[in-house]
Design a protein around this ligand. Sequence first.
Ligand code: PLP
Length: 291
Amino acid sequence: MGLKVYINGKFYEKKDAKVSVFDHGLLYGDGVFEGIRSYNRLVFKLKEHIERLFESAHTIMLEIPLTPEQIIKAVVSTLKINGFKDAYIRVVVTRGEGDLGLDPRKCKGKACVIIITDRIVFYPERLYKEGLQVVTVPTVRNLPEALNPQIKSLNYLNNILAKIEAVNSGFEEAIMLDSLGYVAECTGDNIFIVKRGELYTPPQCMGTLRGITRDTVLEIAKSKRIAAHEHVLTRHELYNSSEAFLTGTAAEIIPVVKVDGRLIGSGRPGKTTLMLMKEFSKVTKTEGVRY
Ligand SMILES: *Cc1c(COP(=O)(O)O)cnc(C)c1O
């Protein structure tokens, strides 16, 4: 029995899970998505992810043909039918089938809802122990007044260009700056630094997606009485931090040990980072929507 994919209320075998070539999600990246994870039959922060999905859709005036509760049920059914205990879940909503012009009014049918669940191995285990080396890339993060990074849209070329630049330079991940030259985030992850025992992460206003993992780290910090600041960060501050790490649903928390050739702290994952990784793994094992 192969992988089953949810499309508009029905399950399809992976090889039959297809959408029209006239779907504006394909033709224009016109759509929104979420990446979610489940741990031991608990879907982590499912409500928060679905809320963000609806906010992304609201801004691009995409009407999702299901209620948040119905999407939550569909996610749970997709996990159950595939028998996953631990999974990565991708919810995609596209504008649907239209003509070759970009006018969304031509997409007369309903938006298309897709749910894919699968196992993923993101970064190799070794990198969680040794830490990532990253590089600042020339492509800046989308301007909030152009394409707001808060919208998790299907148009990810901004991030893909940055990823290509990082890979071309021999690195796995890119630091993206905002249009003023401050540190914004990575291609699919938020960034934190530790300095004098306190946490700093760029504010969401500039060009930083308000990640749910980022919020979780801020919550953990609060519960551990570690001061955490949402503050603009320069590369100088990043280079001179004692620890740095990235956060995202897929990557979870991964230490960063070198940025643009500068060693971060001792060049080994720091103790605050390791503590947060441990606490994060506890939270994901105990919180979430059970199925
Ligand atoms: C999804 C995403 C993140 C991480 O958000 P989470 O909610 O923690 O998964 C960060 N940056 C970008 C650009 C993203 O697309």
